[in-house]
Design a protein around this ligand. Structure first.
Ligand SMILES: Cc1cc2nc3c(=O)[nH]c(=O)nc-3n(C[C@H](O)[C@H](O)[C@H](O)COP(=O)(O)OP(=O)(O)OC[C@H]3O[C@@H](n4cnc5c(N)ncnc54)[C@H](O)[C@@H]3O)c2cc1C
Length: 390
């Protein structure tokens, strides 16, 4: 067993921490970094292996790129990832190209593979003083007789089980959060619609690697997202009914067909490119907000607020909420965390839910995109969450 672990750190240094975070990706690793940088004793655990992939098209919006710059991590991300200087929207046969305005230290947007981004975040957390253990599983919470969370039971990579005391347990364990389930975190707001997706990576696609391309026709959508190591991710989006009736039978054929219907040039480029790995799918889950705190616990990232991937905004929000939660922990103002998170999120969430209904024509969709864009701009202007890493 030990030889398989390859010299990685397998054991926490202490039995007691100020904060223990379950999940060490976009939300968990960045929260661990910010809290450790503020001087707290932090342990983050993740049941997956260091550097492993996770299902995402990983496009970062301006808020995420700004935070990576603020945290001193952007240069590392950009080493293997192309700079995105334009966003190209194609509505039917009409194309609209918008330049991404550069700003000091930020040349454009980016879409690093999660195998690139998440280890950089973990490295940032460790450099700030947090302990991060992979292949380490959250088994359950330990509560006092009043129901306040006091710690957790974890299973280590060595198969040992440990009880760890924690001033606060943070669930950064994603959409199906076991921490949220354990505390019975109520769902406070829910959408009505969800879209389904198929995605695949390609080498030598021959499509402009300096742009995010978003494509729409009635009843479908897609995107071309240049990413790390010369690969490009192409995703297709469809109503859940089409996914159930058509994609389930032959997902690769459906992915190719939708891409071709969106843009025959894209369809042909995909046929001539080298595909890397299989088509991966996400059948869709309706978005939701959970109450993100209670006695001795808090939630961040998808665990607390999940939205449909169509806006490519989950990582951006995870970074924002890592900052908001850090500020809340330091100020002991968890109600303020929930209030600010909801205030900043609900306008985008509402427009996105409409987009996922597919009950639009292209002119209505443009209106919904304008709503998304103004929600994103309002969020970018809001500096309540800004936390610098020293
Ligand atoms: C198809 C698809 C496309 C997407 N595209 C984009 C996009 O283009 N841009 C974007 O910004 N967002 C996108 N997203 C959303 C984005 O991936 C998520 O919002 C983001 O990953 C959330 O980060 P997180 O850290 O909260 O959770 P996650 O990334 O889900 O990480 C949670 C971690 O918790 C760990 N964990 C879970 N349970 C336990 C346990 N019991 N013990 C220990 N560890 C545990 C898991 O191993 C995992 O590593 C997409 C999502 C999907 C599904």
């Amino acid at each position: 067993m030990f030889s398989k672990l390859n010299g990685m750190n397998t054991h926490p240094h202490h039995r007691s921490y100020d904060v223990v975070i379950v999940g060490a990706r976009a939300a968990g690793a960045s929260t661990a970094m910010l809290l450790a940088d503020a001087g707290l004793r932090v342990l983050a655990i993740d049941r997956q292996t260091y550097g492993s992939d996770t299902l995402s098209t990983h496009a970062l919006m301006r808020g995420a790129v700004r935070r990576l710059a603020r945290w001193g991590l952007l240069d590392d991300v950009m080493l293997s990832t192309p700079t995105i200087e334009r966003t190209v929207f194609t509505y039917g046969d009409e194309t609209l190209s918008l330049d991404v305005a550069p700003e000091p230290g930020i040349d454009g947007l980016a879409a690093p593979r999660r195998t690139v981004l998440d280890p950089i975040l973990v490295h940032g957390a460790r450099a700030a003083g947090a302990e991060v253990l992979h292949q380490t599983t959250f088994n359950g919470l330990i509560c006092d007789p009043n129901g306040r969370v006091r710690g957790l039971d974890i299973g280590l990579a060595t198969d040992e089980e440990l009880f760890i005391e924690a001033g606060l347990v943070v669930g950064a364990d994603g959409l199906r959060s076991a921490v949220a389930r354990s505390v019975g975190a109520p769902i406070t707001h829910q959408g009505q619609h969800a879209s389904a997706y198929a995605m695949r990576y390609y080498k030598d696609l021959g499509i402009d690697r300096g742009a995010f391309h978003w494509l729409y026709r009635e009843g479908m959508g897609g995107g071309v997202i240049p990413t790390s190591d010369g690969a490009t991710c192409v995703f297709t989006a469809m109503p859940q009914e089409r996914f159930r009736s058509e994609a389930r039978l032959d997902v690769a054929a459906t992915h190719d067909r939708i891409a071709h219907e969106l843009d025959p040039i894209l369809g042909s480029a995909m046929r001539h490119a080298t595909s890397v790995g299989p088509v991966r799918t996400f059948p869709g889950v309706v978005g939701q907000f959970r109450k993100p705190f209670g006695p001795g616990w808090a939630l961040v990232g998808d665990a607390g607020y999940f939205k449909d991937p169509f806006a490519a905004h989950g990582i951006t929000d995870a970074f924002r909420d890592a900052e908001l939660l850090t500020a809340a922990i330091l100020a002991n103002d968890f109600a303020g965390y929930e209030e600010t998170r909801n205030e900043l999120s609900i306008p985008l969430f509402a427009a996105l839910d409409q987009i996922c209904s597919y009950e639009w024509d292209l002119s209505q969709l443009k209106g919904l995109h304008r709503q998304l864009s103004s929600a994103m701009k309002a969020e970018e202007r809001d500096e309540r969450s800004a936390v610098l890493v020293s």
